[in-house]
Design a binder for this molecule. Structure first.
Ligand SMILES: Cc1cc2nc3c(=O)[nH]c(=O)nc-3n(C[C@H](O)[C@H](O)[C@H](O)COP(=O)(O)OP(=O)(O)OC[C@H]3O[C@@H](n4cnc5c(N)ncnc54)[C@H](O)[C@@H]3O)c2cc1C
Length: 412
């Protein structure tokens, strides 16, 4: 519907895309952003390189969302990863696909993506209010009144809330939008950190700070029967463990911890070798060089910094030669190679999370339009809604696709 007045709250990827689409369709659009600039979080994405989407098919795409991916099917159909790539390419921003189908700008600069979006806002005459924090949304009959600190109220026929989650609050996503949606009657599914590093009870991960372990398998257990396990790269940090593998599996671990379960991680340092193969390697080496110090022998199998930790955990005297290592001690070493244990204490604080799990309940949003099922003329898009995905460009695509769909629906 031409000439409709639409307000979009939040100038992140979802809000920008919603504003672009609604204005393309002929509406008068005001985009309100509390910061002095748009897309502060977008500039941090992909370590400043912006992994804007993933070049995989719809089904595998949906699978990468933690449980709620089906809700996004319509949004992805209306504005897919291919549409997003075409959006940038056709505006002169070249993209490339890296390992695991992750898509980045060829320039490796997130600012180029933001610049492309800003140009489109200008082209479509979207009015942008900077330094403008929305505090209330009041609906009177069919008219919305948007309250902004220190500014005059804005009246409009449709509102799209795109204020993000609650992590990295310094970028602007403070949770105010969630409160405003709650005041309008919406439920917020409990907010938890997603894609987050894990703090450990054991001290040794902190001693290994900065050490990456590639191609290892990590298995998390909830202390009972449930386990999750994957191969990839882990990083020891000053607080415990992180890295792509830990971030990917952290969602499930956070939920277990929240339920008060005792969560253990077990690292298999040699996933390609069976216990018997590792033991055979030990025995062979023990036979060939019995006088070799155990410390030197372990060098062929472990990163230097892990050796002291291994000797400490197995209780083997560091000065022993391999011939002095007892059968019991050899067995202990074997266990450490295949199941190096780490007890997880808690996730890092939610503000440090790459994504907020939880958000506006999907039951209250129409997936075909992103309109609230409770309040006519109110739309919700981006991280504020209860969807979250693995790393790989899925979260940004969800923000762009839901923003696009909300903008299109609000305009119609
Ligand atoms: C360090 C980091 C790296 C990431 N890397 C990637 C990646 O490479 N690929 C990927 O897919 N995802 C990545 N993500 C996730 C991705 O950045 C988010 O999913 C995405 O930014 C969500 O977009 P959004 O528009 O919903 O919210 P946001 O980007 O959070 O934008 C919300 C906007 O709303 C504004 N706002 C909030 N409240 C108000 C208010 N009351 N009034 C006015 N304005 C308001 C905020 O200032 C902000 O500008 C990363 C996240 C982090 C933290």
């Amino acid at each position: 519907m031409k000439d409709r007045n639409i307000v979009v709250i939040g100038g992140g990827p979802s809000g920008i895309m919603a504003a672009i689409r609604a204005s393309e369709l002929g509406c008068r659009v005001i985009l309100i952003e509390k910061n002095a600039e748009l897309g502060k979080k977008l500039l941090l994405t992909g370590k400043g390189r912006c992994n804007l989407t993933n070049n995989s098919g719809l089904e595998s795409f949906i699978e990468r969302f933690s449980g709620n991916g089906q809700f996004l099917r319509d949004a992805f159909k209306v504005f897919s990863n291919e549409d997003l790539m075409e959006f940038f390419e056709s505006r002169g921003i070249k993209l490339k696909t890296e390992r695991q189908q992750r898509v980045f700008p060829v320039s490796d600069k997130a600012i180029n993506i933001l610049d492309g979006l800003r140009r489109e806002l200008t082209k479509n005459r979207v009015k942008i209010y900077y330094n403008s924090e929305v505090t209330d949304i009041i609906k009177d009959n069919k008219v919305y009144s948007i309250k902004i600190i220190g500014k005059k109220d804005i009246l409009c026929e449709a509102v799209i809330i795109c204020t993000g989650g609650v992590s990295y609050a310094a970028t602007g996503s403070s949770g105010k939008g969630l409160k405003m949606a709650e005041e309008l009657g919406h439920k917020v599914v409990s907010l938890r950190p997603g894609l987050i590093g894990l703090m450990t009870k054991d001290k040794y991960p902190k001693l290994l700070q900065g050490l990456p372990l590639k191609n290892i398998r990590i298995t998390f257990s909830d202390g009972k029967k449930k386990v999750i396990s994957e191969i990839g790269e882990l990083m020891f940090t000053d607080f415990g463990i992180s890295g792509p593998l830990v971030l990917t599996l952290s969602g499930q671990v956070v939920d277990w911890l929240k339920k008060g379960k005792k969560v253990m991680a077990f690292i298999d340092l040699k996933p390609a070798l069976s216990n018997a193969q590792i033991d055979a390697k030990f025995l062979r080496e023990f036979k060939i060089s019995p006088k070799k110090g155990i410390k030197y022998f372990l060098r062929s199998m472990l990163p230097q910094r892990l050796i002291d930790v291994f000797l400490d955990l197995s209780g083997i005297e560091p000065d022993k030669t391999v011939s002095q290592v007892t059968l019991q001690e050899r067995k202990k070493l074997l266990v450490l190679f295949k199941t190096l244990p780490i007890e997880i204490s808690r996730p890092r604080p939610i503000n440090m999370a790459m994504i907020t799990k939880g958000g506006i309940s999907l039951k209250e949003i129409n997936p075909k339009t992103m309109e609230s099922r409770l309040v006519e003329g109110l739309y919700l898009a981006g991280e504020i809604i209860d969807v979250d995905a693995d790393t790989g460009g899925f979260n940004l695509q969800a923000a762009f696709s839901t923003g696009y769909l909300a903008g299109e629906s609000a305009a119609k």
